[in-house]
Design a protein around this ligand. Structure first.
Ligand SMILES: Cc1cc2nc3c(=O)[nH]c(=O)nc-3n(C[C@H](O)[C@H](O)[C@H](O)COP(=O)(O)O)c2cc1C
Length: 153
């Protein structure tokens, strides 16, 4: 199993919800056929994606994603976990709200640049969402209730 994390900037600065849900529908269909799991985070015109799957499958998928004109400025992050985080989720999705999701790490700027947030924080953000989705998705209990101290670096 290989995990790959990158961040990027969405082409139009801010994608319309309809476009995003259509994209997700296609990604999920493709990922479930190739046994890929992961999460796509979107917020402030940026994507952050974790891909999990067989090494050659993930490499191949990332090459296609990197060539996709719907985003640019891709930046690979050196992040890995000792286990698969999104088992059963062909591509979980969440809209990132840094003030809620990254307490203590919000950069006081009109937008939060995911490129400026370090890998330890991004790792915790991904763990945060894996707890959330393992508990049944966005309607589950708040991850800080499940994992107190998750944010203490
Ligand atoms: C932010 C972003 C995330 C994407 N994630 C996936 C994904 O998880 N799975 C997938 O099959 N395609 C994903 N794509 C789409 C691929 O870039 C590509 O369009 C798709 O794999 C079809 O490739 P093809 O046109 O070469 O067949 C993503 C695109 C973007 C912009």
């Amino acid at each position: 199993m290989r995990q790959l994390v990158y961040s990027s900037r969405a082409r139009d600065g801010c994608l319309a919800n309809a476009e995003l849900s259509e994209m997700l529908r296609t990604f999920r269909h493709h990922n479930s056929q190739t046994n890929v799991s992961g999460i796509l985070l979107y917020g402030y015109g940026r994507f952050l994606q974790l891909l999990e799957g067989k090494s050659d499958v993930v490499s191949d998928l990332y090459a296609r994603i990197a060539a996709d004109v719907r985003h640019f400025d891709l930046y690979r992050l050196d992040i890995g976990f000792d286990r698969q985080l999104f088992t059963g989720w062909p591509m979980a999705y969440a809209k990132v709200e840094p003030e809620r999701d990254m307490p203590g790490y919000v950069i006081k700027a009109p937008y939060v640049d995911l490129h400026l947030i370090d890998e330890a924080v991004i790792s915790k953000l991904l763990l945060y969402y894996s707890y959330r989705f393992a508990q049944g998705g966005a309607s589950g209990p708040h991850p800080q209730e499940l994992a107190p101290g998750l944010w203490a670096l």
